[in-house]
Ligand binder design. Structure first.
Ligand SMILES: Nc1ncnc2c1ncn2[C@@H]1O[C@H](COP(=O)(O)OP(=O)(O)OP(=O)(O)O)[C@@H](O)[C@H]1O
Length: 234
């Protein structure tokens, strides 16, 4: 469904991605793990058209996405839940969610999608009139996921959704991601919580210094000694 072939990305004179290739099949949960500064966020931004690629191609459902503006990428059904959530703090939960449904593909079904999101996150329905800034970190992450779902995506990409959350909320976020996977969404998950990620991912890529240096099923990587040493600490 998503095919990334040999992309490179530069920030001025600094090369951040070197000839990255990977693919995400329909309905799969594929993860990208790596340390701080490895290039994970840069990879996501280039997939959404937020930053240009210097070389290589990105195809989605057979269509060339490379060079497309962000709103066109979103209209194809690719959605990002950004790191740090990026909600509108003074707007209510429901207003933040509705922001997600501004494009044509999602606008017509927004009432129906909102209902579905409140079924997934009953807590957000309880707090629908509360401003985003007054929510806990975990609740804000739920709003960010809900807002992405309002775009009616085919592929949802997460940038470190568990970052900065209390352990119980980390579990909650992973539960939601697994539930969305079960419902058939295609998921590309960028995470530093390697332990949890290897448990839920169908397939996983490992990134270091802007390069893909390993790949395999969650189980394979969990059993790999160098991965255990570098990312799992045992
Ligand atoms: N706007 C920018 N200008 C210059 N360099 C950048 C910019 N954004 C990222 N970089 C550099 O590109 C490299 C990859 O950064 P990126 O944010 O993609 O890593 P990451 O794996 O997502 O890290 P983290 O887990 O810390 O978010 C880093 O060396 C970073 O300093």
């Amino acid at each position: 469904m998503l095919d990334v072939n040999g992309i490179s990305v530069n920030y001025g004179d600094i090369q951040a991605l070197w000839n990255i290739s990977f693919s995400v099949a329909k309905g799969q949960l594929v993860a990208l793990i790596g340390a701080n500064g490895a290039g994970k966020t840069t990879t996501l931004k280039s997939l959404c058209g937020l930053i240009p690629t210097a070389s290589g191609t990105i195809h989605y459902d057979g269509k060339l996405v490379t060079g497309m503006p962000v709103h066109k990428v979103v209209d194809l059904g690719i959605t990002l839940v950004p790191e740090g959530r990026q909600l509108f703090p003074k707007m209510t939960v429901e207003e933040n969610l509705l922001v997600g449904a501004y494009l044509k593909r999602a606008h017509g079904k927004r009432a129906q999608t909102l209902k579905r999101i409140y079924e997934i996150f009953p807590r957000l329905e309880e707090r629908r009139t509360q401003t985003a800034e007054t929510l806990s970190g975990g609740e804000q992450q739920m709003v960010a996921i809900g807002r992405a779902l309002m775009q009616d995506p085919q592929v949802i990409m997460f940038d470190e959704p568990s970052l900065g959350l209390a352990p119980i909320m980390v579990q909650e976020v992973f539960k939601v991601i697994q539930e969305l996977h079960k419902q058939g969404l295609t998921i590309f998950l960028v995470e530093q919580n390697v332990h949890q990620t290897l448990k839920v991912a169908d397939y996983c890529y490992v990134m270091e210094n802007g390069r893909i240096v390993g790949q395999g099923t969650g189980k394979d990587l969990e059993a790999d000694e160098s991965i255990r040493e570098a990312y799992l600490g045992f």
